[in-house]
Unconditional design. Structure first.
Length: 148
């Protein structure tokens, strides 16, 4: 059996305008918090979310190490369908060993889902001592199924 992970860490872009970026945790939509809780329970691992602060996208390694090669790969090709786009992304590779896996998620997701105060209260979220406005962890509630 492979070695068990201790946690899952996601580094995410802040996105919004400077005025909206003051508290990244407050901007996470309620349904995303509850879905992250569901996922943490499912994999039985804490999920740490670290938001890039405003103006720091230039340090996002994904933008430099992945997106530039995807762009080179589909240069001059008409992006006429989801299938074409996903296939071009999936064909991206570099001499240094980068290989990209891509697949289309054709699932339908409900719009305007409302999360109740009770559902939100069940999210086991903790802000970090260091920059708690940008970094937080959602721990499993202990009732999930472990996936290996």
């Amino acid at each position: 059996m492979p070695e068990r992970l201790a946690e899952l860490v996601a580094r995410v872009m802040a996105g919004a305008t400077v005025e909206e970026r003051r508290d990244a945790l407050a901007r996470i939509p309620d349904h995303r918090r509850t879905e992250l809780q569901r996922f943490a329970d499912e994999i039985a691992l804490p999920i740490t979310v670290c938001h890039f602060p405003p103006g720091t996208s230039k340090w996002n390694k994904i933008e430099h190490r992945l997106f530039s090669f995807i762009t080179q790969n589909w240069r001059g090709k008409p992006l006429v369908s989801h299938e074409v786009i996903v296939n071009l992304i999936a064909q991206t590779k570099t001499d240094a060993g980068l290989r990209v896996h891509a697949e289309l998620d054709a699932s339908e997701y409900p719009l305007g889902r409302k999360v109740t105060d009770g559902e939100l209260a069940e999210v086991n979220i903790r802000r970090h001592d260091f920059h708690g406005d940008w970094n937080d962890t959602i721990a499993p509630s202990g009732n999930g199924t472990v996936i290996y």
